[in-house]
Design a protein around this ligand. Structure first.
Ligand code: A2P
Length: 346
């Protein structure tokens, strides 16, 4: 961590619930990178981690056990410790006056809780301030990455239908899943049976349907999150959405193939121009060199990368486009988006 300091008495007091996890650690990196002002940072995790120490901007912090009393002096609480922890402690934190930015799915569909991508719908959290309580939900990682790219095209020509196939990284399943992918890769290359603690079968050198629970309609929860969250974030149910979510052996960035149907004709060039002009996205669309975004290109970066913008030739009209999108799951898919939300609170 760098020695830059953005500690200032006038800054909000921050708590990070789940600081030892993959996203919790990324919260610290992003707060540092963005020089987020703070007067204090409280690092919270389970009892197992209490006493562990982290250095942040030249100061040592000791991890405390997350309890009902953790939030009395907190203005902004960043939560990434799983849905059940958010459900239990989010309302407690809010009642104590902390404004909660929650990375879990616990409150995303709760009426009155804004679900926000700052580049897309910042107005949804208008009036909310640090230290005044309330909960803002951070959307699902795949939804964030898709919509940062799709929203400028929706503003351009009105998206009517969106068909998404995802290629999702290990990080979305947490730190332990990333470690399992690394361990299994070693196991397989060294001729040992793969260690399977997190997923029930081999992950390294394999691809499988997303591990979230299956629902009665044949979709998994991750796929239905994309449908419902898109409607809430875009403020309309008129965008029809269907998704297939797949886990691939990539460490920390998701890729997505997206087919869009628009209200009117859209040219490839118009779409490229809209992406070029939008915040939070970069165009990498070099047909001549056959060079398009990869998960590694965007790993550890803030922006979502977009390429392969091309007409949907299965249609007789010019109202369809395909695109290929990559974004860092831990960053824009989780920690960065949450910190951008926190920036809107101060
Ligand atoms: P801990 O390391 O103490 O278990 P990930 O999503 O990468 O798996 O991280 C999950 C995060 O949620 C970790 O920081 C983890 O802390 C935290 N966590 C899990 N269970 C609890 C709990 N009961 N109370 C507080 N934090 C928890």
């Amino acid at each position: 961590m760098s020695v830059r300091a953005s500690k200032t008495e006038s800054g909000p007091s921050i708590a990070i619930a789940g600081v030892t996890g993959a996203v919790g650690q990324e919260f610290l990196r992003v707060l540092d990178e963005r020089q987020f002002p703070y007067s204090n940072i409280k690092m919270l995790a389970s009892k197992r981690s209490a006493g562990r120490q982290y250095e942040f901007q030249g100061e040592k912090y000791t991890v405390e056990e997350l309890t009902e009393d953790s939030f009395g002096d907190v203005d902004i609480a960043l939560f990434s410790a799983g849905g059940s922890i958010s459900r239990k402690y989010g309302p407690i934190a809010s009642a104590a006056g902390a404004t909660v930015v929650d990375n879990s799915s616990a409150f995303r569909q709760v009426e009155g809780v804004p679900l926000v991508i700052p580049e897309v719908n910042p107005e949804a959290m208008a009036g909310m301030r640090a230290g005044h309580g309330g909960i803002v939900a951070n959307p699902n990682c795949s939804t964030i990455i898709a919509l940062v790219a799709v929203a400028p095209l929706h503003r351009l020509a009105g998206v009517r239908r969106m068909i998404v196939s995802t290629y999702q990284a290990a990080s979305g399943a947490g730190q332990a899943a990333m470690e399992e992918l690394e361990q299994q890769t070693r196991d397989v290359l060294e001729g040992r049976p793969p260690t399977t603690n997190i997923f029930p079968f081999q992950y390294a050198f394999n691809v499988f349907s997303h591990n979230s629970p299956m629902l009665a309609n044949g979709y998994n929860e991750e796929e239905m999150k994309m449908v419902k969250e898109t409607h809430k974030i875009m403020g309309t149910r008129d965008i029809r959405v269907t998704a297939t979510c797949i886990r691939v052996p990539v460490m920390r960035a998701h890729a997505e193939s997206i087919n869009l149907e628009f209200e009117r004709d859209v040219s490839e060039e118009e779409a490229r121009e809209a992406i070029r002009a939008a915040a939070g996205v970069q165009l990498l669309d070099d047909r001549e060199a056959n060079r398009f975004p990869t998960p590694l290109d965007c790993s550890n970066l803030d922006d979502v990368f977009v390429g392969r913008i091309r007409r949907d030739t299965s249609r007789d009209d010019n109202r369809g486009l395909n695109l290929w999108v990559c974004g860092d799951q831990v960053k824009k898919g989780a920690a960065l988006n949450a910190v951008q939300i926190a920036e809107l609170l101060i």
